[in-house]
Design a protein around this ligand. Structure first.
Ligand SMILES: [Zn+2]
Length: 167
């Protein structure tokens, strides 16, 4: 139950609000990481919201076969290489739960959710990033971490910096 509560709490800032996508800045993404606990074998979720331009290369509805193929390829890359973009402690495995494109007027967002399972404790370990290695247009990511009772924020520019999970 705790997990459900955590995940819905996490989902709030990104999903439910009717935020104007006009405000998004290309190249700037948001990432939420949540673990209910950092001991034992933690489970959690990772959620990314990025301007579609930074991942797919365009923000209109894909209609031509070429655009559809481009979009499909980009989303497949996102799923397959997410572990390089968000480098979790060794033993943690991410599984894609949802990858969608939300169109909104002139803009579009890619929204991705991954479930995480870790084989062992993650307390004291760190999380690093490699967004621009996979999608070079992503140069800034606002990261929020919720791990047990810990809350932390980090602005990752060009993949620099890491988040330390509290002991
Ligand atoms: Zn846009």
């Amino acid at each position: 139950m705790l997990r459900v509560a955590l995940l819905s709490l996490l989902a709030l800032p990104l999903c439910s609000q009717q935020r104007s996508h006009k405000a998004h800045e290309h190249g700037h993404a948001k990432l939420n990481i949540a673990f209910e606990t950092t001991t034992g074998a933690p489970v959690g979720s990772v959620e990314l919201e990025s301007p579609a331009e930074s991942i797919i290369g365009f923000e209109y509805a894909a209609k031509t076969p070429a655009d559809k193929a481009k979009q499909e390829k980009a989303l497949a890359t996102l799923k397959a290489r997410f572990g390089e973009m968000v480098v979790l402690p060794v033993g943690c495995k991410m599984t894609p739960a949802k990858v969608e494109v939300h169109l909104d007027g002139q803009h579009a967002e890619v929204h991705a959710e991954f479930n995480v399972r870790c084989a062992g404790p993650i307390a004291g370990k760190s999380i690093s990033f490699g967004f621009s290695k996979v999608f070079p247009k992503i140069d800034e990511v606002e990261v929020q971490l919720l791990a047990g009772s810990q809350q932390a924020k980090l602005e990752v520019q060009k993949d620099k910096g890491s988040l330390q999970i509290a002991k």
